[in-house]
Ligand binder design. Structure first.
Ligand SMILES: Cc1ncc(COP(=O)(O)O)c(C=O)c1O
Length: 381
């Protein structure tokens, strides 16, 4: 017996073992929806949601309004991960070359590899502490490639693509009739979507997730927005019941209660800007982000990472991120913590920012207590 050559030769990304009692800031999960989701579990779930096969139509109807597209332009998937797998498998063939501005969410590299598709890596550039997409280089590589993959806003970099640049790239893919995947898993934090302008484009596959803004990472729900004829093709590949019914119900609950989500989002935005301010006041380099996570610069000795580890806070060290051209050396990616974890987070941040205990705990607590916005987030309680 023999496995497919491309699969045998591929690397393996294994999900990390995680102690769920830690403060989980390493995978960009939404930390702000405890009460909201507890309400869903207590009031909405019924035994039938577990024993019956799912019914997708109510969610498709609600989602079509949310995305402002027709229901037949939507394909539900088992997480955005499955969407990535399905689209890559369906539109690219072994030996194809696909332009991948990098770094990008690393599952893309794996799915390209197992399908024998060659990533044409074009590196992001750093200009004045900002990560910038090199549009000209992307356009040039596209001419000799079969498609393009973008992530907007980008994970792990946290930045958005300039709308004018995006327009140029979509137009190039349309002109050359090449598939373009745009990953919008963090779209809600940016509120700009290429669907607003290019919803009807045949070459466009927009991938989204319920794992981030909607806080349903554990239930595994994503979707693709594309032309109805493309949905019909991908439905031949996706299993008929790949998306579970609890996820469907939870997503409906989220879409029908968007005011509560907006409140959680406002809370996140407030805490995020406080953290940025604390970093700047303490000479910690923090990068601009259009997402629910931040990139923090650690020292070479990893003192910030150590301080987080000692406080039982999980963060993601991006130094080894594939195809990052040194852009992410000693950068820590951290999801914005909820108000209940913020004090622990800030104490670790401040402890890790200066040489051995230059601030005593008493001073730290006093310093944090002086921050009015932190007090309104309930930190001093
Ligand atoms: C850019 C991006 N795309 C896709 C995914 C996968 O999302 P899901 O949890 O819906 O599979 C992630 C998850 O972190 C992501 O950051």
């Amino acid at each position: 017996m023999k496995f497919h050559d491309h699969i045998s030769c591929s690397g393996l990304w294994k999900a990390p073992e995680r102690d769920l009692s830690s403060v989980l800031l390493d995978l960009n999960e939404n930390q702000f929806l405890h009460k909201f989701l507890a309400g869903f579990i207590a009031n909405e779930l019924k035994p039938q949601d577990l024993f019956a096969y799912p019914n997708y139509q109510p969610l498709l109807n609600e989602l079509s309004q949310y995305c402002k597209v027709s229901t037949d332009s939507l394909l539900l998937t088992n997480g955005a991960d499955q969407a990535i797998d399905l689209v890559i498998r369906s539109v690219f063939s072994p030996g194809d070359r696909v332009v991948v501005p990098s770094p990008i969410f690393s599952f893309y590299y794996q799915m390209l590899e197992v399908n024998g598709v060659v990533p044409v890596i074009v590196g992001f550039e750093k200009q004045a502490e900002k990560f910038v997409l090199p549009t000209e280089a992307v356009l040039q590589s596209l001419q000799t490639s079969h498609g393009l993959i973008l992530c907007n806003p980008n994970n792990p970099l946290g930045v958005r693509i300039d709308p004018e640049q995006l327009k140029v790239l979509v137009e190039a893919c349309v002109r050359q009739d090449k598939p373009m995947i745009v990953d919008e898993c963090y779209f809600e934090y940016l509120q700009q979507s290429c669907l607003d302008t290019f919803g009807a484009v045949r070459q466009l596959f927009v991938i989204r997730s319920f794992s981030k803004y909607f806080g349903l990472a554990g239930l595994r729900l994503g979707y693709v927005v594309m032309r109805p004829e493309s949905v019909r093709e991908l439905l031949k590949v996706r299993g008929p019941w790949d998306v579970n019914h609890v996820a469907v119900k939870a997503a409906l609950f989220c879409l029908q209660n968007q005011q509560a989500l907006q409140q959680a989002h406002d809370n996140l935005a407030q805490i995020k800007s406080e953290i940025v301010e604390v970093c700047r006041a303490n000479s910690i380099v923090v990068y601009e982000s259009d997402t629910n996570f931040l990139l923090l610069q650690d020292e070479r000795d990893g003192r910030l990472a150590n301080a987080f580890a000692q406080a039982n806070i999980r963060v993601s060290n991006c130094s080894q991120y594939p195809h990052s051209f040194g852009l992410l050396n000693n950068l820590l990616r951290v999801a914005v913590p909820s108000s209940s974890d913020l004090k622990t987070f800030l104490m670790a941040l401040l402890r890790g920012s200066c040489s051995a205990a230059c601030l005593s705990d008493v001073k730290l607590k006093y310093w944090i207590a002086q921050r009015p916005a932190l007090r309104t987030c309930g930190v001093s309680r």
